[in-house]
Design a protein around this ligand. Sequence first.
Ligand SMILES: [Zn+2]
Length: 316
Amino acid sequence: MTFRPPFFFLLLAALIWPPLAQAGTILKPVRVTQDIWALVGQTGPRTRQNFALNATFGVIATKDGVILVDSGASAASAKVIDLAVRVATGKPVKWVINTGAQDHRWLGNGYFAAQGAKIIALKRTVKSQKAFAAGHMKRLKAVLKKRLAGTKPVFAAPALDTGHARLELGGVKLEIIWPGPAHFPSDAIVWLPDERTVFTGDLVFMDRMLGVLDQISDTAKWSKAFKRMAVLRPVHVIPGHGAPGPLARARLDTGDYLAWLVRTLTPLVADMTPLEDVLAKYRQTPAPFRHLQHHEIWHPTNVARTYVQLENAGLE
Ligand SMILES: [Zn+2]
């Protein structure tokens, strides 16, 4: 298609569907390289106003159309992403890669599939999406209400039956890699070796403190998965939450914090220090991580959940 200036899309979209006029305030486009953008959502909770787009999405422009990394939490939020992609690149989405199983990674698949895009994901990620779909739809309904209308779980078919896929889309070489269990057990990362750029999905949180999810995340394994990503030595890291940055920033905001949790709590579990004593001692966020948004809420929760995980792992 021919390039149209951004205001054309914004004007057209606002006429068709007024909520789209807010798209620019919901997702902030950040250009990372000539052909790569991050669409950075708010770092607070999911709301009806932000279309549950409290996450970051990846955009790669190719000669044949756009590769979108993660499709949003609903059909309506996919529409918001679609507009942001067109404003940034002037091109339609031709491929959607899902990095994960959390709602904002893939519940917009149906919208993009209906526009003719191909959905791509690892088989293990799809299996995980199927396990979480009903629970995520139920929780989104309570937040988005009518803005969840038209959303149906749609999966990559056939999915890629490997832990490390190598693809070439629109002349762009990319790899989809499962680094091991992390925030979710079967999430993947997308690596562009020629651009030295990694789209981490929920493996990396920047600007805000990561959340260890009860019975879903595994902090010790997540810490190892982060190290497997870091071995790639990316120049640009596009995180699952927060603005893009260098690997040093990803270490500061995610890798070092995960390592701190494991290093600090492992000896306390071994000593059978009561959890209430651990919480009393480590309620305050350590100084290196106090710059992270929402750390006051998440840090005590992360300590408690990691302690219980390490305790259970010791009993296995
Ligand atoms: Zn997430």
